[in-house]
Design a protein around this ligand. Structure first.
Ligand code: SF4
Length: 280
């Protein structure tokens, strides 16, 4: 199998939302347990020794990637970030951004991430869903305002907006930009579809956007469905490997196997062989 292997840790299946399109079957009724940190550390060690071309980015997601903060577990995310840094990788956290509406959570999370990013001298990205399924315009505007309010945070955290190639997602993005304008935040369209935001002092950041993906799997997940994402399983050159909180490894959203009694390397080799049998 050619291409880069991009790893992501699905640290929990808990989420404060319950979106109609969620392919993870995430929600508030799922147990708020988080992948043990020693497990993340062990898997990061195994990832480093894999005989493949491994992406420099490691995704931390769920469920809601910031879920530990909803349970006053304020040490989990900075500890996970440190493990990713120590493995020589760059962390990206997937989130619905709704915590941006709470001043307490926003200040705590942005401050913590900024300190972690500064100490590792690495820019931390937040992958924020802004689409027709997430009712989060005001919260994400709060979050972006929070980043722009502080030079230190601006220099260390980058929001990346993610949606679909649908009119609904385009409208959600338009609505967010209008709300930013309402708050006297400047919005500059950039040639490749990204946009810049700047504060009243005239300093700002670039906000990358990714609205290239189609919706492949509308509807909440069912028990026997392996396909766990609205992303395309056929993205060229990038093989997505997710490891969930129950030690299940999922390759390209289609092939999964639980790690039990054997290492990550063996499981990934088997999954690649299964994909090859299907012509992938
Ligand atoms: S789509 Fe994202 S925000 Fe919505 S329920 Fe699923 S994990 Fe939560």
């Amino acid at each position: 199998m050619n291409g880069i292997f991009a790893f992501s840790f699905k640290i929990t299946n808990w989420c404060n939302l319950r979106c109609a399109h969620c392919c993870e079957n995430s929600g508030k009724t799922n147990p708020p347990n988080f992948m043990p940190l020693d497990k993340i550390e062990r898997y990061l060690g195994e990832i480093q020794n894999l005989p493949y071309n491994i992406s420099e980015y490691i995704v931390i997601g769920g469920g809601e990637g910031m879920a530990p903060y909803f349970f006053k577990n304020i040490k989990y995310i900075p500890s996970a970030l440190n493990l990713v840094f120590r493995a020589g990788k760059i962390p990206t956290i997937k989130t619905n951004g709704t915590w941006g509406a709470s001043a307490d959570k926003r200040n705590l999370i942005l401050g913590t991430l900024a300190n972690a990013a500064y100490s590792a001298d690495i820019l931390i990205t937040l992958d924020i869903s802004v689409d027709e399924f997430h009712d989060n315009t005001m919260a994400v505007a709060d979050l972006i305002s929070g980043i722009l309010s502080n030079d230190y945070i601006m220099a260390t955290i980058r929001p990346v907006l993610v949606g679909f190639n649908t009119n609904g997602s385009a409208n959600a993005l338009k609505k967010l930009k209008a709300e930013l304008n309402n708050r006297k935040i400047g919005v500059d369209e950039l040639p490749n579809g990204d946009f810049g935001v700047y504060n009243e002092r005239g300093t700002g950041i670039r906000v990358p956007v990714d609205y290239s993906g189609a919706i492949h799997n509308l509807g909440r997940a069912v028990e026997n469905r392996v396909y766990t994402s609205t992303d395309s399983p056929t993205t060229p050159y990038v093989n997505c490997v997710q490891i969930d909180n129950n030690d299940k490894v999922i390759l390209n959203y289609l092939y999964s196997e639980k790690i039990s009694g054997c290492g990550l390397k063996t499981v990934i080799k088997r999954l690649i062989e299964r994909a090859a049998e299907h012509g992938a």
